[in-house]
Design a protein around this ligand. Structure first.
Ligand SMILES: *Cc1c(COP(=O)(O)O)cnc(C)c1O
Length: 375
């Protein structure tokens, strides 16, 4: 049996919606389906404005542009994250101030944030790992106290909640991803949720090549022109059409993934009880989007042996993240080994088991059986 790490899913209406976009006569961006997706997300998130972008990375870049970051401004982020979480701000010349993660959720350790704040700190960027929200009470309090802007990297967390409130609605500007490895997908795609409406007009302009084209489309101006800096952060209608079919299934996706997650947990609990490994943790008061099922084993050697063993029987299991402070870019900012021990240990000992929306129970049973043999 071959079990991939991820397999993109069709829910049924994707192809119909893509045909419909073509029939409507517009496959460039900001047509009918982009509008449908934005309105759907605005309603779900109760966000004043949501703009679709061609990727989660672009949503983060749009946020960094809106915050007018200048060279030597600093932002706070955990070292255990995807490069884009930091790169979007570094692209504006800002300097990353890395912080270690909590050993349970692998999210930024809120107790370590304050020590990283100084006069140059402008932004706090919490990333919700595996779709389990960070401690937003503590992080919100810190952001308010030190007058920091907050940008959530909610790439993995659409539908997750912290004390009842949806992830991606706490920060001033919050990014989601619809990359094919995420829960809700359109190949490459993303969205920026704008919670502070003062950013809305300028966000539309930056996203549309620095022009006021969005206002023109709405008939609010009679011609459009170049009014600010910008780029092209607009996905095509083909992506948006695919995405809308997926968004409509968000609740079904989360409950399917929850079932897979819980089955892994139940099957592997005896191994954790015997002290052979550590299973993922969802703190009380939080609900997950069940994006990942990750496991921590005792050493890098054991982890690599398990990954190789799984590959031999046709199962793709993977590790991540290479800690940003030890990456080539991270070292350019002067970081070195030993500074963030939990991030380093996690990166060495973590593996992710296959988990995708339409994973069958026989595929999952095959993974569980082979994984147990290797531990
Ligand atoms: C996937 C991901 C991104 C980037 O999203 P893209 O749509 O691939 O650009 C950023 N941050 C995190 C935490 C992610 O998981």
């Amino acid at each position: 049996m071959i079990v991939p790490y991820n397999r993109p899913t069709l829910w049924g209406k994707e192809i119909r919606y893509i045909r419909s976009a073509i029939r409507r006569g517009q496959i460039s961006g900001d047509g009918y389906f982009t509008e449908q997706c934005s309105r759907w997300l605005e309603k779900r998130l109760a966000a004043p404005k949501v703009l679709l972008t061609p990727s989660g990375t672009h949503a983060l870049e749009l946020a960094a542009l809106l915050l007018n970051l200048k060279p030597s401004d600093e932002f706070i982020v955990s070292s255990f994250t995807f490069p884009s979480t930091a790169n979007a701000f570094v692209l504006r010349g800002a300097v990353p101030r890395f912080v270690d993660i909590r050993p349970d959720t692998l999210n930024i350790d809120e107790r370590l944030v304050e020590a990283a704040v100084n006069r140059r700190t402008k932004v706090l960027v919490p990333m919700h790992y595996a779709g389990v929200p960070c401690d937003m009470t503590a992080l919100n309090r810190l952001a308010r106290k030190h007058r920091l802007k907050m940008v959530e990297d909610a790439a993995q967390a659409l539908g997750a909640r912290y004390r009842g409130r949806l992830a991606g609605t706490f920060g001033d500007l919050n990014a989601f991803s619809f990359h094919e490895t995420k829960n809700i997908i359109c190949g490459e795609g993303g969205a920026l949720a704008i919670m502070d409406p003062r950013y809305s007009d300028r966000a539309e302009i930056i996203r549309q090549k620095g022009t006021n084209r969005a206002k023109f489309y709405r008939g609010e101006v009679d011609k459009y022109s170049w009014v600010d800096v910008g780029s092209s952060y607009v996905p095509s209608e083909l992506q948006s059409a695919y995405l809308f079919a997926q968004l409509e299934k968000l609740d079904a996706v989360i409950s399917l993934r929850r079932r897979l997650y819980e089955r892994y947990r139940e099957a592997l609990q005896p191994l954790e009880d015997r002290g052979n490994l550590t299973l993922p943790v969802i703190p009380s008061g939080v609900t997950s989007s069940y994006h990942l099922f990750h496991i921590l084993v005792g050493s890098q050697k054991a982890r690599d042996r398990i990954l190789t063993g799984l590959r031999r029987v046709g199962i793709t299991s993977v590790f991540h993240y290479f800690p940003l402070h030890l990456s080539g870019m991270g070292r350019k900012f002067g970081y070195r080994r030993g500074q963030f021990p939990i991030s380093e240990k996690t990166s060495a000992c973590l593996l992710r088991l296959p988990l995708y929306n339409r994973m069958t129970s026989s595929e999952q049973a095959y993974v569980i059986r082979n994984f147990i043999k290797l531990v």
